[in-house]
Design a protein around this ligand. Structure first.
Ligand code: ZN
Length: 133
């Protein structure tokens, strides 16, 4: 069985794994407890991934590493969005933006009223101004 897809076909990661005295079969054995736990908790694959991401965040925090904020951008319409929201998956907080200028497609933050933000700046704005994680 070819398990290289597990590490996204990344030869460097595979080499690193082998340097550590491990291979992909061994990796599955190491991960077995975590995966069994996910099964026992009744988590599907997506929920299991989320579970592992949260474990990694707690681990990183315990190592003194500040986790990257996990932000997801939503828009109320793909063509001409009038509302945007950015959800922080870690804190569960959502920040909303409303359309400020339809011609320039700029948005204004509902929390701090900073305007002139284009869609692609919404996540950065939340990360820099409203990051409470
Ligand atoms: Zn703001």
């Amino acid at each position: 069985m070819d398990l290289s897809y597990i590490i996204d076909q990344d030869i460097e990661k595979l080499s690193k794994l082998e340097e550590l005295g491990c291979d992909l079969d061994a990796l599955l054995l190491i991960a077995k407890d975590s995966l069994s736990l996910c099964d026992e908790l009744g988590l599907n694959s997506k929920q299991s991934a989320e579970f592992l991401v949260r474990l990694k965040r707690v681990y990183d925090q315990n190592q003194g590493i500040m986790p990257e904020p996990d932000l997801i951008l939503y828009e109320n319409s793909k063509n001409q969005a009038s509302r945007l929201s950015v959800e922080n998956k870690v804190t569960g907080n959502t920040i909303f933006f409303r359309l400020e200028n339809p011609q320039k497609e700029t948005f204004i933050c509902d929390v701090c009223n900073e305007g002139g933000l284009i869609k692609t700046q919404a996540k950065t704005h939340v990360s820099e101004k409203h990051n409470t994680s």
